[in-house]
Design a protein around this ligand. Structure first.
Ligand SMILES: Cc1cc2nc3c(=O)[nH]c(=O)nc-3n(C[C@H](O)[C@H](O)[C@H](O)COP(=O)(O)OP(=O)(O)OC[C@H]3O[C@@H](n4cnc5c(N)ncnc54)[C@H](O)[C@@H]3O)c2cc1C
Length: 379
């Protein structure tokens, strides 16, 4: 029995699987075409406790830790869901943790509880048109004016940004690019805050992505998360969970594509024999399986250490890169084995191929992970 295979986690898998089968699979293609998830899905996921996994009951969550969240992610993708679906349905997983960590009761009541109940949607806005990797270079600024901050600037590529009722927004509280960052929770509908274009993308089609702009937006000081100028640290501290989540999406997508490719290779006939009768196909499947297994084992080990509170910044970066690399290899190979059908919108591997491309970009690009790893090596 592994750490993610306890009786409780088996129950959680079962709950997740039946939710995906019942509530997601019949509609996923429609949501991909619509470019967003319905709000009702957040409510139904909350009702059975799925949205709250990984958040303490004291803030309206269902309890559990990072490993429980991994189980949910694994099972959603194993059951035919996708990383795009996870990004959109669990955006609160990146929008709320800073608020919970700051233990701000008022903000918890106003935003965390409703988001975990599925009645509000939250987003996290860090990336700006001028750059996302260089978090310290943020130029959206908040200037104090009495009991308010006045915010000016722009954000882009914001997941769930079209639908979000509130946005946990990284702002500079000194001069632009100074690295003195704070997080402000900004409500949709605040004068001067506009949701611009709904961005069209290669993948993650069921996940809406937006540009946001802020023109003299007055935000109450009470909507600041934690003390002023602690935003950079707060963002960095929460990156570990986000990166493990993306790594989990990567090896889970790879696993799903291995399963699909094995099934296809057994069924598909070419030159009078099933594909799998050829050694080159069997070896390709063996390599896909091996890379997936190795990535999963390493991500599990690192996730356990993150959940135990160990400082494993370098290992988290390695885990993300290893899992993304395995996933990139596997989705490409799985599509190739599916031949022309793999290129069709009807093929599930086609969606995973497109969706997976984001995993090496979001939450810190592969090159940024390599910077962290090199630093960890003392280079
Ligand atoms: C679908 C989608 C959803 C997203 N959701 C969100 C969200 O919800 N909230 C949010 O804040 N952001 C979000 N992002 C933004 C994402 O986090 C950024 O795209 C990412 O951090 C990279 O930033 P950038 O696009 O500005 O690329 P840049 O920072 O301009 O970098 C471009 C490329 O240059 C390379 N590079 C950059 N720096 C270095 C370096 N130091 N050394 C070597 N190479 C380097 C990397 O290959 C990188 O991909 C999302 C993006 C996408 C595509």
């Amino acid at each position: 029995m592994t750490i993610v295979d306890t009786p409780e986690r088996r129950q959680l898998r079962e709950l997740t699987r039946s939710f995906v089968t019942r509530e997601v699979l019949p509609h996923l293609s429609d949501w991909e075409r619509a470019g967003e998830l319905p709000r009702s899905l957040h409510e139904s996921a909350a009702k059975i406790g799925l949205l709250g996994i990984g958040f303490p009951e004291s803030v309206g969550g269902s309890g559990g830790d990072l490993l429980d969240s991994m189980v949910v992610t694994e099972e959603i993708i194993r059951s035919g869901g996708s990383s795009g679906l996870i990004a959109a349905l669990f955006t609160h997983g990146i929008a709320l943790p800073h608020i919970v960590a700051a233990q701000d009761e008022a903000l918890i009541e106003q935003y965390v509880r409703p988001a975990l109940a599925g009645t509000m949607i939250g987003a996290l806005a860090i990336t700006e048109p001028d750059g996302g990797s260089d978090v310290a270079g943020i130029r959206t600024c908040a200037v104090r004016d009495g009991d308010h901050y006045v915010v000016n600037g722009a954000k882009t590529y914001i997941t769930s940004g079209v639908r979000a009722d509130f946005v946990t927004t990284a702002v500079c509280t000194d001069f632009p690019g100074s690295g003195s960052l704070s997080l402000l929770v900004i409500d949709k509908g605040t004068p001067g805050f506009t949701v611009g274009r709904r961005l069209e993308k290669l993948g993650w089609h069921c996940s809406d992505t937006a540009e946001l702009s802020f023109a003299d937006v007055r935000v109450p000081v009470s909507n600041r998360v934690g003390p002023e100028d602690t935003g950079f640290l707060a963002i960095m501290q929460q990156f570990a969970n986000e990166r493990i989540s993306l790594a989990t999406q990567a090896y889970a997508t790879a696993q799903r594509c291995v399963d699909l490719a094995v099934r296809w290779s057994r069924d598909r006939q070419a030159f009078g024999r099933p594909l799998v009768a050829r050694q080159v196909v069997r070896h390709r499947l063996a390599e896909m399986h091996s890379r997936t297994e190795a990535a999963r084992a390493y991500v599990h080990e690192v996730a356990e250490r993150v959940a135990a509170g160990q400082p494993v910044v370098t290992e988290v970066a390695i885990a993300k890169n290893v899992a993304v690399s395995a996933c990139d290899f596997v989705v490409d190979a799985a599509l190739q084995l599916h031949g022309g059908f793999g290129y069709m919108r009807d093929a599930e591997v086609e969606r995973h191929y497109r969706d997976a491309r984001l995993l090496g970009i979001g939450g810190g690009a592969t090159e940024i992970m390599n910077e962290i790893i090199a630093k960890g090596m003392g280079l």
